[in-house]
Design a binder for this molecule. Structure first.
Ligand code: UDP
Length: 241
């Protein structure tokens, strides 16, 4: 397995049930099984989960809330999701730790970079909760930041579509999927892969990214086994190894 350490980013919306429930237990179980598969192959796995299924700061701000408070609500939403994913992983026998960017000692360990790396090396899946801990950021940026901090070999962004398209495949039946892109192309073409801060952080720290469908069973393992899935974003031939 070429990738020794990965960071998996999942949006909060991915956890939602079909009737709008904030968490969907069958999906959580399926997700945990996917993670367990790659963890079982010896890959060190970090996870960042969004909070959009519960609360987004921009929504709170649109209601007239102070943006910083609204974003704190969003970050707390990611903690709820992190505990949900932790329960699912532990339910299938995977040891985990939740590390929170906002200290909350009865619930999670505080995020400390060295502790995160130690947990990964000791075989625990590390779930990074509460985003970056700062308002005005997203969990995509938190994922890029944590990927850099743990020296991840690959950042994997799980979505409900199987990669990056030149236009919205739900609206345009002729939309074309890219199999690979460079970070500069993503920026030049204005592709909405992740927000600009997140993309720039990955590019500047030379972290390759793969956007893939979490709904495709076995996709995570396939990618880590070197099979071409989703869209890979890199540097035009020079990748970290
Ligand atoms: N958030 C934040 N700082 C961070 C990460 C997240 O303030 O570093 C807040 C922000 O309000 C955001 C919410 O948490 O709207 C949920 O995160 P995000 O929108 O990235 O979740 P996703 O879309 O991935 O579910």
């Amino acid at each position: 397995m070429a990738k020794r350490r990965i960071l998996l980013k999942l949006s909060g919306e991915a956890l939602m049930g079909s009737q709008g429930e904030s968490l969907d237990p069958p999906f959580l179980r399926a997700l945990a099984a996917e993670i367990r598969e790659v963890w079982g192959l010896g890959v060190q796995v970090g996870v960042v989960i969004g909070g959009g299924n519960i609360f987004r700061g921009a929504y709170g701000a649109s209601l007239g809330m102070e943006r910083s408070s609204a974003d704190q609500m969003g970050m707390l939403a990611t903690v709820i999701n992190s505990l949900g994913v932790q329960a699912a992983l532990e339910g299938c026998g995977v040891p985990t730790r939740v590390l929170s960017a906002i200290p909350m000692s009865p619930i999670a360990e505080p995020f400390v970079q060295r502790d995160a790396v130690r947990h990964l090396e000791e075989g625990r899946v590390v779930i990074f909760a509460a985003g970056t801990g700062n308002p005005y950021f997203t969990t995509d940026t938190a994922a890029s930041l944590r990927a850099a901090e743990i020296h991840a070999d690959l950042l994997l962004k799980a979505t409900k579509v199987d990669g990056v398209y030149d236009s919205d495949p739900k609206k345009n039946p002729d939309a074309k999927r890219f199999t690979s892109l460079t970070y500069d192309e993503v920026l030049r073409l204005g592709l909405g892969v992740m927000d600009l801060t997140a993309i720039t952080l990955c590019r500047d720290n030379r972290i390759p990214l793969c956007v893939f469908s979490i709904l495709e069973r076995g996709c995570l393992t396939a990618i880590l086994s070197g099979e071409p899935r989703g869209t890979t974003i890199g540097f035009g031939g020079v990748e970290r190894s």
